[in-house]
Design a protein around this ligand. Structure first.
Ligand SMILES: NC(=O)c1ccc[n+]([C@@H]2O[C@H](COP(=O)([O-])OP(=O)(O)OC[C@H]3O[C@@H](n4cnc5c(N)ncnc54)[C@H](OP(=O)(O)O)[C@@H]3O)[C@@H](O)[C@H]2O)c1
Length: 199
């Protein structure tokens, strides 16, 4: 497919999460407004590209130092969440992809169009009872999503890569022996793209 093993290894889990959320769950289409939180992260930077490839208008949250990186990936609008309240800054969003969760859930509901959907991909962690109840009360869709391994979806993802519409960004490459350091880096929550371990 024309990419090396490091970049190929960076793709599957995060690309499947982004692809299945945006394409299978939300059916993102041309002209839709998609808000991607943690847009510079492992899931987020792929979600930005997948949503763009589907013809969406993509807004991302990321600190200012990462905006150039995200513009290069196709983001149309960026919000520095360290200085701007995204919940006050954007409206009429069709799909929110949220790898952060916690208070981002209720705040993201504020941004949604009446038939919008909030997809929380954080996995284990915060209690989602409040956001689920708020979404239900307002007739908005809220989905907690975890990826499923799928060769079919990986082939669709590979097609995007072959077309030049999707690339994994690699923040750091570390030897397998440095797995603990890789976890520590990941837990800083600052990675731009993926951290990859090699034998
Ligand atoms: N549901 C699933 O199937 C699935 C699959 C894989 C992973 N996950 C989970 O999804 C979560 C995210 O994973 P990931 O690999 O995408 O994370 P990640 O790469 O570690 O995220 C790091 C990024 O988050 C950004 N960020 C941190 N706090 C932020 C905030 N408050 N607002 C906006 N951006 C913020 C940082 O950018 P700045 O420097 O701009 O802050 C950084 O670029 C993890 O909890 C992971 O376990 C779920």
């Amino acid at each position: 497919m024309g990419i090396d093993h490091i970049h190929a290894g960076a793709l599957p889990v995060t690309a499947l999460t982004a692809w299945q959320s945006l394409v299978k769950v939300a059916a993102v289409g041309v002209g839709q407004r998609v808000l991607v939180h943690a847009a510079a992260g492992g899931i987020g930077h792929l979600a930005v590209q997948i949503a763009k490839a589907r013809g969406a208008y993509v807004i991302g949250t990321a600190r200012e130092s990462k905006h150039a990186f995200l513009r290069d990936l196709g983001a149309d609008e960026l919000i520095d969440y360290t200085t701007t309240d995204f919940a006050a800054a954007v409206r009429d969003i069709d799909v929110v992809l949220d790898p952060i969760s916690g208070d981002y859930g209720p705040r993201s509901l504020e941004t949604l169009a009446p038939d919008g959907i909030l997809i929380d991909v954080r996995g284990t962690g915060p209690d989602r009872t409040a956001v689920r109840e708020q979404a239900h009360a307002r007739g908005l869709r809220f989905v907690e999503f975890g990826f499923t391994p799928s060769g079919v979806d990986l082939r669709d993802i590979a097609t995007l890569v072959e077309r030049g519409s999707l690339q994994a960004a690699v923040d750091q490459v570390l030897p397998l022996e440095a797995a603990a350091k890789a976890h520590e880096l990941s837990e800083t929550n600052r990675a731009q793209g993926k951290i990859v371990l090699v034998p």
